[in-house]
Each structure stands twice: as C-alpha cells, then as structure tokens.
Design a protein around this ligand. Structure first.
Ligand code: G1P
Length: 904
C-alpha cells in the first residue's frame, strides 16, 4: 500500500505507484484561464470554460475508461543490435495495462506541489526512465509537459520521442450531442512546430457563432530542434483498427505528414514526432510539449517563443512555484508535522475553488462553471485571513447581487460584481443565502477594523424575481437592465449595512406554519429541494437568529464609534416598524413581508429615511430574542432513548423531520451546528447535543460525523438527498464542510475537546491515504467506505483554515485589534512544548508562539506573559488577551515579528 510522504516545507508530496489507485486526480491552473486535471497516467482534461475544452472533458469514470491521455511514446533502438523497443513514458499503453500489478510493472511515482505535477517512471525491461513535469505557467494559457528521457540500459541507443495528445477542441456540450458533427468543423493544420486546430464555428443550435479560438499542441526538443513529422488526426495516428494505447503510428512505424499539410473535418490529434537523439547509457534528453488555447492564431507563436527551450521552461517553473507558494501565507506548527503540512494544502484549496469554481474537476461534473452565492462568500473567509486587502473590493462587488426582496442573483458572472438575470424564470430561493454575507463582512471588519466599509454604497440586483420566489415582476424585461432603479429611473445604491439588514430582516419575516423560516428551494443543503411549500429550515432559523443578534451588537458598536444613524431607503422601514407583539404571529409576519415585497416589487422610492442605530439595535435585539425563545421552547426534542437535540427541519407536509420515527430515530447535523454556533443551545443543551451526535452520527471508520442518520425512506417531501444512496454526498456522508462548521461551533462555545475530536478524526482520516485514497487536502466528503471524493473544491477548506487560526490557535481580530485566545490541547504542542503560527495581521508578518512548559490542557492554562521581539508587553494576561492594532502597526517594516505567549 502506498503512502503520501512530504518531502519539503512547502508540502511537496510524493507517492509511489499512484496509478494503482482508482480516481486520483490533481489540479493544474494558471491565472489566465486555462485549468486542467491530471491523473497518474497523465489522463484528465484541460479547458478555459464550458465551451472551450482543449482536451476531452472527463468525469470520474472516464479516468479509468479513457485511452485518450497526454501520452508520450519512446521508440528506442539499440545502436549495437538494432533491436527496437516501444515504451509509453506515461504508462498509457496496452502493455503497461497488462503489466499492472505484476512483477513487470514499471516503477513509478508522482511528486507534486501547488499547481505542478511530476511523474517519474522507470522501465526495467527497456532500460529507460522518464521524468515528466506538467504545469501551467501563471500567465499563459498553455500546459507545459517537460519530458526527460534517460537511457539506463547500459548501451547506446537512438531515441525517438512521439507526443500523442488527442485535441478535443470544442464545447463540453458536444461530448455526445453532435460529437461527430462538431468534428466536421475542425480545420487542422500541421505547422513546423506542431498541430493547430481551429474549428470554423462554435456549435450551438440556438445560433452558431464564428469561432476564433485555436487549440494547439506544439513541441521541440530541449535544445530547440523542430519536430520531423506530425499526426494531425486521430486516424493518422491510431491507424485502421488500432487504439491510443497500441497505435499504428508507433507500433507499425506508419508515417506522419509534413509541416504545411491541412486535414479538415476529422477528430484532431496533437501528434508530434521529434528528431531522434543518440543517448549513451546514463544520458538523457529533454522533449518539450506545449498544449494550449489561443484566442488569436498569432498568439500561438508568441507563446511558443516564450517556452521553446529548457532554460525558459525552468525559469517559468521557478516563477510558478514562488507565485503559488507565496499565496499561502499562513503556516501552522504543532506536534504533528504531517498535519501542519496537510494544512498547507487546505489553505491552498480556496484558491483552487476561485479558479475551478464548483465544476471542472473530474468529480465535479455538474454546472457550467462558476461558483454559487454562498461559495463566493465563504471562500472570502480564508482571504480575510490571508489577504484582507484583496477582499474589500470583492465584498463590495458581491453585494451588487442582492435583490430588493433580500434574495440574490443566482447566476454569477466571471468578473467580480457580475450577476446575470435568470432567463429561465426559475423562481428558486436558497433561504440560507442571506446568512453568509454578514458572517464574511464581520470577519473582515474584525480582521481589519474597517467598520467604515459598512457605510460604502453598492447597487442592488434586479430581474423578474421579486417576491422571494412567490411572485414575479411581470413588467421587468431583460432590456431594463439588472440594476434596481428608483421611481425616477435612476440606479439606486445603498450602504452595505443596508444590504445586510435587508437580507436578514426579510428572512426574519419569511416564516412557515411552525414559525421557523421557510425552506424554499433549499438551504445550505442543496439536496433538500422538494419541500418548497411547507418545508421549514429550523437549522437556518438558528443561524439567522444569531446574525440578527450580532447585527444588533454591531449597531451598538457603531454608535460607540460615533456613527449614530444611517440612511436607508424608506420602504425598509416596513420591516423595522412591526409591533414586537406580532413577532410570534406567523400570519402577521407573512403579511408584513408581503406588504414589503409588493412595495419594492419594481423599484424603490429613492427617498432616504434616517435610522437611529441605537433604536435599530433594540429592535434587532428583540427580534433575535423572540426567535431564540421560540426555538428553545418549540424545537428542543428528546427521543425514545432519552437523547436530546434541536430539530432542524419540517418537511413539505409540515411534519417535524427529526426525532423518533417508525423507520428509526432521525437526526441531522446541520441544525445542531447553528444551534450551537448561535448560542441558542446553551452549555447544558450543547453538551447533550454532542452526546446525541456521538451516538447517532459519529462513525470513525467513515471519517467523522455523518450529515444525517439513515432515513430508510426516499422522502419525496424533503428532497433529492433521500434519493441518493445512504452515505453518499448530502445523504449521510461525512460531509467535511458541515463537520468543520460543527467543530467551529464547539470551539466557539468552549467545547474544545469535542471540537478537537471532530477536526482530528476528519483530518487524520484525510491524511491517511490508506483510508482516504486522495492526495493531500480536504475533500467535500467521505463515502461509507471512507474514500474521499469531490476533492479540492469545497467550502470545508476555508472553514477549516478559519477554525484552526481563529479558534484552535485563537488568533483573531476584534474590530481590528489582535486577540490571542489559544484553545490548544497539550497533545498539540511539539516536543519543546511549543506551538506556533505564522500569519499576516495588520500588514505585519507575525510569528506567534505559545509556550506550554507545564504541558497543560486547555482550561488549565491561561496566558501569563507576552513578549514581542523579546520585550515583555505589560499587563497582558488572562484566558484571552488583546493587543491594540496600533501596537501591531507600530512594529517596524517587513521583517518577521515574534510574539511569544507563555501559558501557565
Ligand atoms: C457543496 C456546495 C455548497 C453546498 C453544499 C451542500 O459544498 O459547494 O454550496 O452548500 O455542497 O449541498 P462544499 O463542497 O462547498 O463543501
């Protein structure tokens, strides 16, 4: 059984014989748009977006099924005997398949770091070895394959290399629909450096468009020799009756074509035969393969010139490593080195999701690219820690997606702040969406102290959706544009605080018959999508109650900062003027919401009303209190075995979902997370919840806490979740995102041992390749058998990083000041009783060290002294301490500053 081994401090890892495992893939991308997935045999795909795939799109099943890979064939001929051998340097040959798991299998390993992948393969039989490095230069749309072939045979050989890469060159939509027809659009040309494919049209029966994009495979030797022959079509290369893993061009030495030849209307192929080289034993030669996409044909030569020698490629590779390694500027140190290095990958994952969205890796075969609303906001959480400067503008831009009814645009464009109208007219409301922006903004304000951002203005989004999914604005047309206007036709802009208020206040009134918030289209759990009429998400009622209580505190704080009032658009007052005696009345709340939504259905008056923040804070407090009272009184349940926890849902028949049931007790994790995070579960209740979760949801072998118990029912009045097999995705898998948020909630409320158990179980499982079968990082979930799936693109990464930094190491901002409140257990310190974290706070590089010579556990220690760069800081003691921002800002320059806290 192979294992992952880290080989340096940048968390570069290596694994032996990775091709012996199913479904391994690794992400490669640059900043210009090209993104790829790559497997141990160099399968996978490469694309810019849904309509521009360079390599054929793959889903997870294709990884073992496809023969179309980035192959590199080596024909070696002994100079002494003339004997000819054929070898696939990527292990993608019929022979290699046949040898898998036998003593004849090549030795192989993959070594990888952020955005680069290196395959080593050694054939004992042929006395050859290969080192193939793959990466996408940061600012190019080209994937580089730097192939080094070494002669280990003990005799001199003539080596001929052939790069063999099928070029798909079209939209993912044509993977079956018009696959053959779209091949007819291909115009394929062999040039002196490779093969270019430029389809005549981008095929779309709603309106075909002239195509400008070119796809190419170019190559030269490391010493810049041009190729000698080309195979521009699949048929040229594989020959009659043969395949990619046993192609005629290689095995029967069929001739290719010369530069200048054009072949039209066929499946295209990037087949390049390199000039043969003579290698004495012990010597090696390099071959460069470039596969890319260019928006203009002229760009191809330009790109080629930047990368047509080994020296140029080595320079790009050096720059790439530096660029991506610097992105991760948080470094944890504990007593567990593997965990610390694993966390590098976790910290890197939010960057991957920014680039790949929630599509475009082999498991993520849904969607057409981009991220969803909640993902957009949650990915900002890690940025708030790693790069708060960058998120200010992003936050402001994101708010432009909020509608006047408190919901938001669901089609998110490529650029920040770009939101599109839903032309399909699907009135779908994800009821949790309004919750996340405030969480992110609050973290941003705490980390930076920039509370003034709340007063900055942003526009609102407008389309036909107007009544929280219940009614539309029939008058709105696409021609009206997507900006909310005033009655006078001006684009309306309001403060970010106003946007946040709107999202949370509208949610407050949007209740179902049990007084909890309506589930609508779904909540965080996208798969609870069949209870739009009567379903209620109690889970997110806890969450919004918390938000509203925190908003009340924020308003109070702003008053302390001298901001006593804010202007809001006049209609918003409908939501703040409600008599608080009506807060418990479902009908009164619904009537208020209806009145409000109808008033702002098409536009707003544009008249501003000045709102006193002190009064607003009181109103918000009583709203939060009424929700809390209701939830504590009505949703706390005890089952037949005496376990207690908070109910999280009502189904579409208005029935409570959790608790006793004829088909077995039902419990879901989501409600518990937000009940604890919000504090609605007080310490006593939270303790009981942990006992119930341990009993009903914990499964160590599967990797942690399951999202729900087995309902033993395809529950058509709740959602597609229950159509999934139990243990898959949203139906009872160990779903990392929710597990990590559970840990976060537990740490927040001081349940440190319990929180640690969640994180330790989950991450130990992920780290243990024998069980998780994934490269380092946190996947979306673990299946019943413990395998990690939907790797890399998950909100769990941001939350895990956030939890480790702000809760476990307890390094967090509070309105811009630096707070240290460690919640480390004694087992987390190293052999010198130290644990430290490197990060940037207030623009300064900090190295924060906790020293625990007494080997005490959380709860038994508090901070007894703090020093900065060796100088004692006065009067900073206690369970948590606050270092004023000014003090941090006054630290000199760029150098690293050591803050040492003694725990005693
Ligand atoms: C994914 C989606 C997220 C959704 C969740 C549950 O989670 O990205 O929007 O809330 O499934 O349906 P993730 O992979 O980010 O953990």
């Amino acid at each position: 059984m192979s294992e992952i081994k880290y080989i340096d401090e940048d968390a570069t890892f290596t694994i032996e014989r990775p091709e012996n495992y199913t479904g391994l893939y690794f992400p490669l991308a640059g900043e210009k748009g090209l993104k790829s997935s790559i497997t141990p045999n160099l399968g996978g795909d490469s694309k810019i977006d849904q309509t521009s795939f360079l390599l054929e799109p793959v889903s997870i099943e294709n990884l073992h099924n496809n023969r179309s890979t980035r192959n590199f064939w080596v024909i070696s001929r002994s100079l002494a005997s003339g004997k000819k051998d054929i070898w696939s340097a990527t292990g993608a040959s019929a022979e290699a398949e046949n040898n898998r798991f036998t003593e004849n299998q090549d030795d192989s390993s993959v070594t990888a770091g952020f955005m680069w992948h290196e395959l080593l393969r050694k054939s004992k039989k042929y006395g050859l070895s290969a080192e193939i490095r793959s990466f996408i230069p940061v600012h190019e749309n080209v994937e580089v394959m730097q192939v080094n072939i070494k002669n280990d045979s003990g005799e001199a050989k003539e080596i001929t290399g052939i790069a063999a890469i099928p070029v798909y060159g079209r939209s993912a939509d044509n993977i079956r629909d018009h696959r053959n027809v779209t091949g007819m659009l291909h115009r394929i040309r062999a040039t002196e450096n490779g093969v270019i494919v430029k389809p005549t049209m981008s095929f779309d029966e709603r309106g075909h468009k002239r195509n400008n994009i070119s796809y190419f495979v170019y190559g030269c030797t490391g010493s810049c020799d041009k190729p000698i022959e080309f195979f521009p079509t699949v048929e040229n290369f594989i020959g009659e009756g043969m395949t990619f893993t046993h192609p005629a061009a290689v095995y029967f030495n069929e001739n290719g074509v010369d530069a200048g030849v054009e072949e039209d209307g066929r499946e295209a192929f990037g087949g390049i035969k390199y000039k043969p080289v003579i290698l004495n034993s012990g010597y090696s030669a390099t071959f460069i393969v470039l596969l890319g996409i260019a928006s203009e044909a002229s760009e191809i030569d330009e790109t080629f010139r930047k990368l047509d020698s080994e020296a140029k490629i080595d320079k790009e590779f050096y720059d790439l490593k530096k660029y991506w390694n610097e992105k991760v500027n948080v470094n944890l140190h504990s007593g567990n080195k593997d965990f610390d290095l694993f966390m590098h990958w976790v910290c890197f994952e939010p960057y991957l999701r920014k680039i790949f969205g929630c599509s475009f890796l082999p498991h993520h075969d849904y969607g057409r690219g981009g991220r969803g609303w909640r993902d957009l906001w949650q990915d900002c959480l890690s940025l708030a820690i790693m790069n708060p400067g960058e998120i200010h503008d992003q936050i402001r831009a994101n708010f432009a997606g909020v509608r006047a009814d408190g919901t938001n645009a669901t089609i998110i464009g490529e650029k920040p702040g770009e939101f599109k109208a839903d032309r399909n007219g699907i009135a779908r409301v994800w009821m949790d969406h309004g919750f996340w922006p405030f969480v992110t903004v609050m973290l941003y304000i705490n980390e930076t102290g920039d509370y003034n951002c709340l007063l900055e203005n942003a526009p609102y989004f407008k389309d036909s959706q107007a009544g929280r999914g219940l009614f539309t604005d029939e008058k709105w047309t696409v021609g009206d544009g997507t900006g909310l206007k005033t009655k006078d036709g001006e684009i309306y802009e309001g403060s970010l605080l106003e946007h946040i208020l709107l999202e949370n206040l509208t949610a407050f009134y949007d209740v179902g018959e049990h007084g909890n918030l309506l589930l609508h289209g779904a909540d965080w759990n996208d798969a609870l999508d069949m209870a739009a009429e009567k379903g209620e998400s109690v889970a997110f009622t806890y969450a919004y109650a918390w938000n509203i209580a925190e908003l009340a505190k924020l308003c109070k704080k702003l008053v302390e900062y001298g901001i006593k009032e804010v202007p809001v658009f006049e209609e918003l007052r409908i939501l703040t003027a409600e008599d608080k005696n009506n807060y418990a009345s479902v009908s009164a709340k619904r009537a208020t919401l209806k009145k409000y939504c109808e008033t702002v259905k098409s536009s707003v008056f544009g008249k501003m009303a000045v709102t006193g923040l002190s009064d607003l804070s009181k109103i918000l407090t009583s709203m939060a209190e009424s929700m809390t009272d209701h939830l504590r009184k009505n949703e706390w349940i005890t089952d037949c075995e005496g376990y207690s926890w908070f109910n999280g849902y009502y189904d579409n028949n208005g029935r409570r979902v959790e608790g006793d049931n004829d088909l077995g007790v039902r419990m879901m994790l989501t409600g518990e997370v937000f009940a604890i995070m919000s504090g609605i579960a007080d310490a006593e209740r939270a303790k009981k919840i942990t006992e119930s979760a341990d009993w009903y949801l914990f499964d160590k072998e599967a990797g942690g806490y399951r999202l729900n118990t087995d309902f033993h029912e395809v529950k058509m009045d709740m959602g597609r979740q229950f159509g999934f097999a139990y243990g898959e995705k949203e139906n009872g898998s160990v779903f990392s995102h929710m597990d990590v948020m559970y840990a976060n909630a537990l740490y927040k409320q001081g349940f440190v041992k319990e929180g640690y158990k969640v994180i330790d179980t989950l991450t130990s499982h992920a780290i243990d390749f024998r069980r998780s079968r994934i490269y380092p990082g946190i996947p979306e979930y673990f299946r019943n058998d413990g395998r990690g799936v939907y790797h890399y693109l998950t909100g769990a990464a941001s939350w895990l990083m956030l939890t480790m930094v702000t809760e476990v190491y307890g390094v967090k901002g509070i309105y811009g000041d630096l707070c240290l409140e460690p919640k480390l257990l004694s087992s987390q310190f190293d052999s010198e009783d130290k644990a430290y974290i490197d990060l940037i706070f207030a623009g300064k590089r900090l190295h924060i060290i906790y020293v625990n010579h007494g080997k005490k556990d959380y709860g038994d220690y508090s901070i007894s002294a703090v020093g900065c760069d060796g100088i004692n800081m006065e009067a900073l003691t206690g369970k948590s301490i606050i270092i004023p921002r000014q003090k941090i800002l006054s630290l000199s320059g760029d150098k690293r500053h050591d803050i040492t806290a003694i725990l005693d």
